[in-house]
Design a protein around this ligand. Structure first.
Ligand code: NAP
Ligand code: MG
Length: 502
């Protein structure tokens, strides 16, 4: 394992940020928790404390929701023009870009991902999302609709629709792409004129808190964005159940997603959007270009250490190429350099937490106990930091836990198939429906499969291609609604029909 950067020392800018307990952002001010409590955030590569963060709870959520409500209803925000909203978002993107290196470092220290990845993916994608949403701020339009009212003969009407912001939005995000998930949530909310209370994941609150500083620097009015770090069971649950929150947008596990729906229903029937787990099929046909399909299949599962909701965790390969594909992906897995994300040579960092390490290792053990075999990997790597070896299972059965459940680690099951038609039902045989991929040189087959796969995203001869303009979200238990693209804006607005008698 690469190791040198264990001794990484933050520069003065990061030091300023990490050396004091990080307060929360409420009503445009940095404040400590009402309880005075803080919690520790660890560096997953070293298991050492990285920073202390204010621990938000019900009382802090209460204050944040009040600030968001005030900002939504009075003050400058509701009167700001769409063009100005767009400019503010663009300014936030510029500030983020100017601080790219600091954000990439923060993300690496907090989440564990390689710095080389955070630099080219996490931060630039967040910048791009804000710019994309900046453009939409001036393009949120209603329709004029001709009507024919049978019980008002001869009367003339003029009808039109308005798209109005849904209101105060609670946003709860996970730890796998902390900054990017904050951007996916905050971007459309600000473009449409909503106000926000964001709860980052307890493992990775730092980049969202630093983003809060940029939001103030960009001169957003107080209370438009409030950021309350804390635990899911307390702060998160209080936000989902708050009667004065108009919508909750959640990304995380399907299990917690169901609790969010319950809390939303029991409180005030707030709108809910969910981006949940996945068990994405990645299908390699015998006629695929294996030179791209093999590294593609490896990256589909090993990118971000498998901690991707869309990870290609079920690798189906046609029988005539199965051995070659498994050997190829295993060779790719063996080449991956594990180490602390700050080391420039590292290609895979640690999992985010002890809890994830335990969870992923117990899935590996369950696979072995149920009779599956590992071709490569199969255990923790080293004894310091939450590292797991890239792992490939073969000899699985569809009923095994490692086939049915989301592992959220660098663990893939390779499964042979012989009937090119039957593969559709195997691929769709899951409660999830977030993403799927097909590798083939046969264009018609690829498009046919794209229609048959029950998933919100289908990649053909590629994987993990994201763009702010493309909607992302799940079929079945992978979620409700879409993020990014103009589809996201619809879910942050209400439609009002206005009719005038002429
Ligand atoms: P999680 O519990 O679903 O956490 C996601 C977010 O929800 C976090 O901010 C979390 O806060 C919050 N939360 C937890 N319980 C809540 C509640 N009762 N009410 C409101 N908010 C709540 O995910 P996790 O525990 O970090 O990971 C568990 C599994 O979820 C993973 O192994 C993986 O399978 C899946 N997962 C999926 C995604 C995805 O992108 N789809 C992302 C992360 C995890 P805390 O951080 O304080 O718990
Ligand atoms: Mg949790």
């Amino acid at each position: 394992m690469a190791s040198s950067a264990d001794t990484f020392k933050p520069g003065p800018k990061l030091n300023r940020f990490l050396s004091r307990p990080r307060p929360m952002l409420i009503g445009g001010k940095w404040v400590l928790a009402q309880s005075g409590k803080t919690f520790e955030v660890l560096n997953p590569a070293t298991e050492e404390p990285l920073a202390a963060v204010a621990e938000g709870d019900r009382e802090d959520i209460e204050l944040a929701v009040r600030a968001a409500r005030r900002a939504f209803e009075s003050g400058p925000w509701p009167r700001i023009t769409p063009s100005e909203r767009g400019k503010l978002l663009w300014k936030l993107a510029d500030l983020l870009e100017q601080n790219l290196e600091e954000f990439a470092t923060l993300e690496t220290l907090d989440n564990g991902k390689p710095l080389t990845v955070a630099r080219v993916a996490d931060v630039p994608l967040a910048v791009d999302l804000f710019r994309y949403m900046a453009g939409w701020a001036t393009k949120i339009e209603g329709n004029t609709i001709p009507i024919s009212v049978p019980y008002a003969p001869g009367a003339e009407f003029f009808s039109y629709t308005l798209r109005e912001p849904v209101g105060v939005v609670g946003q709860i995000i996970p730890w796998n792409f902390p900054l990017l998930m904050a951007a996916w949530k905050i971007g459309p909310a600000l473009a449409t004129g909503c106000t926000v209370v964001l709860k980052p994941a307890e493992q990775t609150p730092l980049s969202a808190l630093r983003l809060g500083e940029l939001i103030l620097e960009a001169s957003y009015p107080p209370g438009v964005v409030n950021i309350v770090p804390g635990f899911g069971e307390t702060a998160g649950a209080a936000l989902a159940a708050h009667p004065d929150v108009d919508k909750v947008a959640f990304t995380g596990s399907t299990e917690v997603g169901k609790q969010i729906v319950k809390a939303a229903g029991a409180s005030n029937l707030k709108k809910v959007t969910l981006e949940l787990g996945g068990k994405s099929p990645n299908i390699v046909y015998g006629d695929a270009d294996l030179k791209t399909a093999i590294p593609g299949a490896a990256s589909a599962i090993f990118f971000n250490h498998g901690q991707c909701c869309c990870a290609g965790s079920r690798l189906y390969a046609e029988k005539n190429v199965f051995d070659k594909v498994v050997e190829g992906v295993a060779a790719e897995a063996k080449k991956i350099r594990l180490g602390p994300g700050m080391n420039p040579k590292t290609e895979m960092g640690p999992l985010v937490s002890q809890e994830q390490l335990t969870r992923v290792c117990s899935y590996i053990e369950s696979g072995l106990a149920e009779g599956a075999k590992t071709v490569v990997g199969g255990k923790r790597a080293g004894n310091r930091g939450y590292f797991v070896e890239p792992t490939i299972f073969v000899n699985t059965r569809p009923t095994m836990k490692v086939i049915r459940e989301e592992i959220f680690g660098p663990v893939v099951a390779a499964i042979p198939f012989s009937d090119p038609e039957e593969i559709v039902s195997s691929a769709n045989n899951t409660v999830y429906g977030l993403a799927a991929a097909v590798w083939t040189r046969d264009v018609s087959k690829a498009h046919r499969l794209a229609r048959q796969l029950r998933a919100g995203t289908v990649w053909i001869n590629c994987f993990n291609i994201f763009d702010a303009a493309l909607p992302f979200g799940g079929y079945k238990q992978s979620g409700w609604g879409r993020e990014m693209g103009h589809a996201a804006l619809e879910l942050y607005t209400e439609v009002k029909a206005v009719t005038v008698r002429l």
